[in-house]
Ligand binder design. Structure first.
Ligand SMILES: O=C(CO)[C@H](O)[C@H](O)COP(=O)(O)O
Ligand SMILES: [Co+2]
Length: 224
């Protein structure tokens, strides 16, 4: 069973972003997670398409864009042109999520939907046949370093069950928020495949190599 570790650059040292990205790349990051926040959908602001373009110049690893913004459709083409591999759109951010997912795919990128902790899975069920990823938020979006919401483990489990009953629906389950050595095993056991980690990887005391290795082996072990 595949486990992918996705460092979230929100917790990298912004004044040394290239250094941190190269270090995470060498340490075995499978995917880079780039948070785009507009200060409206969430009470914080972060990266723009130009950061995606800069990231594309320093790593060959896939770039996942987590869009936390109102009117996400306006930024789909700019981020894909900048080098995004997967575009993840919040179900709560648009009245027409099906159209947004279609738009991502029309530009040849992978598409994913994101659900906030309070958003039921039923809201996104109709998207299962057309998406590549579902990102289950395990904190309220907007900030790194928050505490994992433990009730989300059951949600991941239900999503995994739904995925298994619909054999044609082939999407990866991703988790984002409060992922660390204490929380990753329960998410992996529940069925998650991609693990976003920001503060645990970039603000920890041991080196990135050891931290990526540690959480990866915990996830792999929990999936066996
Ligand atoms: O989307 C996010 C917050 O809204 C993030 O990806 C965030 O960077 C996760 O950070 P941490 O691992 O420290 O919880
Ligand atoms: Co994120």
């Amino acid at each position: 069973m595949t486990v992918k570790i996705a460092p979230s650059i929100l917790s990298a040292d912004i004044m040394n972003l290239e250094r941190d990205v190269r270090a995470a790349d060498r340490a075995g990051a499978d995917v880079f997670h780039i948070d785009m926040m507009d200060g409206n959908f969430v009470p914080n602001m972060s990266f723009s398409p130009s950061v995606v373009e800069g990231m594309r110049r320093v790593t060959d690893k896939p770039l996942d864009i987590h869009m936390m913004m109102e009117n996400p459709d306006a930024y789909i083409k700019p981020v894909i042109d900048a080098g995004a591999d997967t575009v993840l759109i919040h179900a709560e951010s648009t009245q027409h999520i099906y159209r947004s997912i279609d738009l991502v795919k029309s530009y040849g990128a992978r598409a994913g939907v994101v659900v906030n902790p309070g958003t039921p899975l039923e809201t996104v069920k109709e998207l299962f046949p057309i998406i590549d990823q579902i990102l289950v938020m395990t904190v309220n979006p907007g900030f790194g370093g928050q505490k994992f919401i433990s009730g989300m483990t059951k949600k991941i489990q239900r999503l995994d069950q739904l995925r298994q009953t619909a054999a044609d629906d082939n999407f990866e389950i991703e988790v984002d928020g409060g992922i660390n050595a204490d929380t990753i095993s329960q998410c992996a056991r529940a069925g998650a495949d991609i693990f976003v980690a920001g503060s645990y990887l970039f603000n920890g005391e041991n080196g990135l190599n050891k931290r990526i290795e540690d959480i990866r082996s915990l996830a792999v072990e929990a999936k066996q």
